[in-house]
Design a protein around this ligand. Structure first.
Ligand code: DGJ
Length: 378
């Protein structure tokens, strides 16, 4: 009798497991819970996407129910339709070793993975803050793997471009910047302070040890060159820095974008020979109005345009902050804006907001709200 009950119970549980495994989502519902194949809300925040061999890989911050530090690492999910995602587990795990730069309790944010065709390796860059130091470390972490789903091996963390000055900075610019001292500009946002920041007050301060590196994305251009775009200079100025051919270091060539403009959450894409960058302002976890920039060359000049968001709550970017832009495989123009609707009371439960990017006749991107949509790719 007991055996029979156990058997029936076992069959029932098996059936439930199959049903759970087969969980299917019909479309992308921005701002709603997004269950993975097991029915769990996708825990990959501040994420990025990579497409390879018919599969999409979504990397993001595995965030705890409560608190702000990284207890697990970077999570990776896979999908063939961009709607239904399988949790492939932890791509880069925190370290249990005391003193490791990625020790459990550090902060790993905005991971992005790119495949290097020359070396065959998958390279992950992420914003790293050291355990117990808040957001003071402002470093970038590098990790690599032989497989898109990991495990990734942590290589090192650093502040980019130590000893280097931006492309286009003349000897005169360098001499002028090197003379600027923070002690002379204690009060922020005055005209004199703004001028000094633009001329390189904080840039020059950080040249010896490398530039601060917080919110970030990675962009690979059509020629295979990769770039790391990040918030530097106390989040006041964006840097766009060229990576070496193995994507594991910097060539030393970089430009500053919008000095003193306080941009976070950079996202970048190219369409019809024009580079577009959508960023956010700098208000912690609270949403703000997105910004947009355009350039004919990654090296600039970058021209600032109004926010691409249109409609109700556009001035708060629909209560989101961008994290990545990708193109749906097999489409001409199927660009998707990936964003987070942060929930600081429970970062794990922050919602994902993915919206298709529309284009005006003159090519300017527009983002409008949709309750539900269905990506059409190959
Ligand atoms: C805004 C950033 O975009 C997030 O990635 C995170 O660093 C929060 N600030 C922390 O307040």
């Amino acid at each position: 009798m007991k055996r029979k009950t156990t058997l029936i119970l076992g069959m029932l549980l098996g059936l439930m497991a199959v049903t759970a495994e087969a969980q299917c989502v019909q479309g992308i519902r921005p701002g709603q819970e997004w269950p993975d194949r097991k029915g769990e809300h996708i825990n990959a925040h501040g994420g990025g996407l990579m497409f390879e061999d018919g599969k999409y890989y979504w990397y993001g911050e595995n965030r705890p129910e409560r608190g702000f530090t990284t207890e697990v690492g970077v999570e990776v999910y896979s999908s063939t339709d961009l709607v239904n995602w399988t949790d492939e587990g932890v791509a880069l795990a925190v370290s249990e070793e005391a003193g490791s730069p990625i020790e459990r309790g550090c902060i790993m944010e905005r991971p992005k993975v790119i495949h290097n065709p020359r070396t065959g390796k998958y390279i992950m860059l992420f914003h790293l803050e050291l355990k117990g130091k808040g957001y003071a470390a402002a470093r970038v972490g590098f990790a690599e793997s032989d497989s898109p789903v990991g495990p990734f091996r942590f290589i090192r963390s650093l502040r980019p471009n130590a000893g280097k000055w931006p492309v286009g900075f003349s000897r005169r610019d360098i001499r002028r910047a090197a003379k600027l001292k923070e002690a002379d500009y204690k009060e922020w946002w005055t005209p004199a302070w703004r001028k000094a920041v633009t001329e390189g007050l904080l840039l020059a301060r950080d040249v010896p040890g490398g530039q601060m590196s917080r919110d970030m994305t990675v962009y690979v251009d059509e020629d295979g060159k990769a770039y790391h775009i990040f918030s530097a200079e106390e989040n006041l100025t964006l840097n766009l820095a060229e990576l070496t051919d193995d994507y594991l270091d910097y060539t030393g060539r970089f430009v500053r974008i919008a000095p003193g403009g306080q941009n976070e959450a950079p996202t970048l894409f190219k369409r019809n020979g024009v580079y577009w960058m959508i960023t956010s302002g700098c208000t912690g976890w609270a949403p703000n109005e997105a910004r947009m920039f355009r350039a004919k060359s990654l090296w600039g000049p970058w021209e600032q345009l109004p926010s691409p968001f249109e409609g109700k709550d556009a001035e708060k970017s629909f209560h989101t902050q961008g994290t990545y832009i990708f193109k749906i495989n097999g489409t001409e123009d199927g660009f998707v804006f990936m964003a987070d609707r942060w929930n600081p009371a429970s970062l794990k439960n922050s919602r994902h907001v993915w919206l298709p990017i529309l284009f005006r006749e003159d090519g300017t991107p527009v983002i409008r709200w949709v309750d539900e949509w269905h990506p059409q790719g190959e």
